[in-house]
Write a protein that binds this ligand. Structure first.
Ligand SMILES: Cc1cc2nc3c(=O)[nH]c(=O)nc-3n(C[C@H](O)[C@H](O)[C@H](O)COP(=O)(O)OP(=O)(O)OC[C@H]3O[C@@H](n4cnc5c(N)ncnc54)[C@H](O)[C@@H]3O)c2cc1C
Length: 394
């Protein structure tokens, strides 16, 4: 706790910040806040990485067509590469990322324009003739209408990122309280109820993933963030091709230490983050197996199939910034939260400190991204959940 009164409006020199949620976003923010001088307590209701981050596929790329997304993707990849050299327990494996669209899929027309926009933002992505793609990689390409390859991509184990950065956060001075479920106290600013006792902080960062809407609602704050279920599986058969997104099949796959990891299996309707089915569905395993046979002549031997919960927003952009006095939210990643966490956690850390020192979200020197301002929503918007990885949504 600091000497300053949390509500006196004066910038605390050593602000006390509570980060709620020990996933990739919360751990990155906690680490980066402590590295910038804040006194940080990270509350996680279970173990670190027990939410979506521990269930993610670890596909990482910067191939985004919008300027803000491309900049965040580039910064995240830069940090992943640096962590590979400097963060014990974390490894980043470079690997090209193929986007493939089949004949008869109208999304094929969107590929050249999408790639042009990615290249305008400096991303190393090219349109590739399907025959040339088949020459370069062990993929079946005769049924493809369009393809692109992103060179600046790779993969990592998301759980090891959270654990390794959590350990470094502790070395930076962060107090990590696992097995500690906390609540936001309604109309009390940055105040949490911890083990039945109210604790005031200078700021509270809410990075609770699929529990965002529920957590903030209890604190009297409405946000349009809906949880939905997505799936992944691992297979024991070796695979040494590129990471591939078969956009028409709605399936992606990548090399994995056990052989191969594949996923998507989005269910575009609301899931209950406390009661969803965490096993992979038979239809999902069947879909993936068919796509793997068609695209990579690969017959999977499924080791494990599982599900986790992602978060959607009305405009498919995240909510990253203030939602009440000294309360900040980070959620709504549309299935792309892990690959962007090194950048979004950093924005959170810098944004919280800037807000505490009086910088407004639209100011020239504000670290916040205006397009992600939670204030763009009323909180009660009705919207359809759409998966985040399609060619048109990228
Ligand atoms: C199958 C699958 C595959 C995916 N693949 C990819 C991928 O390849 N690339 C990618 O970028 N993204 C992927 N994602 C999405 C990615 O997992 C998420 O976007 C990202 O992990 C979100 O991180 P987070 O820190 O916001 O949330 P989470 O990791 O969910 O962390 C939130 C934490 O908050 C805790 N919490 C909740 N309520 C409370 C409370 N009241 N008190 C204390 N703690 C609380 C939870 O226990 C949890 O640990 C995938 C997701 C799934 C499910």
């Amino acid at each position: 706790m600091t000497d300053s009164n949390p509500s006196d409006g004066v910038e605390p020199s050593d602000p006390a910040v509570a980060v709620v949620g020990g996933g990739a976003v919360g751990v990155t923010a906690a680490h980066d806040l402590a590295a910038r001088g804040a006194t940080v307590t990270l509350f996680e209701r279970d173990d670190l990485a027990s939410g979506a981050s521990g269930r993610a596929a670890g596909v990482l790329y910067d191939a985004y067509a919008e300027d803000v997304d491309a900049a965040i993707g580039a910064r995240a990849m830069e940090r992943f590469r640096r962590f590979d050299r400097t963060l014990p327990g974390f490894e980043f494996t470079p690997c090209p990322y193929v986007i493939a669209v089949r004949e008869g899929d109208e999304d094929a027309e969107a590929v050249p324009g999408m790639v042009d926009r990615m290249r305008e933002h400096g991303r190393d992505v090219s349109v590739v003739d399907p025959d040339d793609l088949g020459e370069r990689f062990p993929l079946s390409t005769s049924d493809l209408a369009a393809a692109a390859v992103g060179e600046g991509a790779g993969w990592a184990d998301p759980g090891s990122y959270v654990v390794a950065l959590g350990e470094r956060a502790v070395r930076e001075g962060v107090t990590v309280e696992t097995d500690t479920e906390v609540e936001l106290v309604a109309d009390a600013g940055a105040t949490l109820r911890v083990d039945g006792t109210e604790q005031a902080f200078d700021a509270v960062v809410v990075a609770v993933g699929a529990h965002t809407e529920r957590f903030l609602e209890a604190g009297g704050i409405a946000v349009p963030v809906k949880p939905y279920r997505v799936q992944a599986l691992t297979s024991r058969v070796p695979y040494d091709g590129p990471m591939t997104y078969d956009a028409t099949a709605g399936v992606y796959f990548r090399p994995h230490p056990t052989g191969l990891l594949a996923g998507d299996g989005t269910e575009p309707f609301e899931a209950d983050p406390d009661a969803y089915d965490s096993e992979g569905d038979d239809w999902f395993v069947e879909n993936v197996s068919t796509a793997l046979r068609e695209r990579a002549d690969y017959d999977p031997e499924v080791e494990r199939a599982w599900a986790g919960v992602c978060t959607a927003t009305p405009d498919k952009d995240p909510l990253l910034g203030p939602v009440a006095d000294d309360v900040f939210v980070a959620a709504g990643w549309q299935g792309h939260g892990f690959m962007r966490a090194p950048a979004t956690g950093e924005i959170l850390a810098e944004g919280v400190l800037a807000s505490l020192s009086g910088t407004a979200i639209g100011d020239d020197d504000s670290p916040w991204v205006e397009a992600f301002d939670p204030g763009r929503f009323e909180g009660d918007e009705e919207f359809e959940i759409e998966e985040g990885m399609s060619v048109r949504n990228r």
